[in-house]
Ligand binder design. Sequence first.
Ligand SMILES: Nc1ncnc2c1ncn2[C@@H]1O[C@H](COP(=O)(O)OP(=O)(O)O)[C@@H](O)[C@H]1O
Ligand SMILES: [Mg+2]
Length: 329
Amino acid sequence: MQDSETPVPMDAGPVVDTPIGRAAQLAVETLGRTGEGLPRPAQTRVIVVANQKGGVGKTTTTVNLAASLAFHGNRVLVVDLDPQGNASTALGIDHHAEVPSIYDVLVEGKPLADVVQPVVEVEGLFCVPATIDLAGAEIELVSLVARESRLQRAIEAYEQPLDYVLIDCPPSLGLLTVNALVAGREVLIPIQCEYYALEGLGQLLRNVELVRAHLNPHLHVSTILLTMYDARTRLAAQVAEEVRSHFSKEVLRTAIPRSVRISEAPSYGQTVLTYDPGSSGALSYLEAARELALRAAAPAGPAEPQGQEYGSGVQAGPAHEQSTMEGNR
Ligand SMILES: Nc1ncnc2c1ncn2[C@@H]1O[C@H](COP(=O)(O)OP(=O)(O)O)[C@@H](O)[C@H]1O
Ligand SMILES: [Mg+2]
């Protein structure tokens, strides 16, 4: 890390020669003046964005972190693993029923390279779309060989160099999410700063633990991101404090504010980075991406399971559940 008075330009990534691309680039550079250069990972980081609750910001986080990392000069692949195809929509990728998609990869065994599409406007960003076919995959996968590791095999066989793969999970803990957990090393859990925020978290952590024990020894929860944070409400602050007190190592310092611009962007087939590069939402995702990149670069401390109970205060849900968080590596 740099610690000098002179601003160090960060690796601002490739210049995209469109008005939106230039504006986004400017936002990256503006932010860069306050910080240090971003390291690229030594090997591909496969990050599973999971939370079986719907509407907590998984898709929003996947596409905006992915775009942020790409603007920082990384090569990033988003795998849309939700039959709704929201990540594909937000990245402006066509995903009507005939489009070759992640379904073909998981069920038909098609190579990932045959279904990857570049994201217009963001150099270095790619997407594997999901179509509605994927809704049937949970059931179709059951009878297939190596049903839990089909995504992992596809990603391993993909030959193009990548710095990050971000997998956007559906709101369930079925075979699609298990495929993601087997394929990844890191789990990123977005948590919405609202009542019941931690409900179900224990179940998710137990699933991560099960997959780690039986299918993927590398898997760990590396990152928690607070989303839709509304600084005006005491509840949001209480939830944030609660989450931070139990998962101090995993929670990013940056919380994503509730922002109209973030919620508007997908209807234009865009991330907030290109839709409104100067907005607080765009800047917060850029900052979160920077933290994510820098954290992995920092020497890992020993994993210390925290073992505390959470949910004692504002959340009604999991007051009895224990943290099984493994900690950073
Ligand atoms: N920071 C935010 N500010 C405002 N709206 C948001 C924010 N993050 C997500 N949303 C909106 O909340 C809804 C749910 O987010 P989404 O990312 O689709 O959640 P999930 O993928 O977990 O179901 C979407 O309509 C999205 O646009
Ligand atoms: Mg989603």
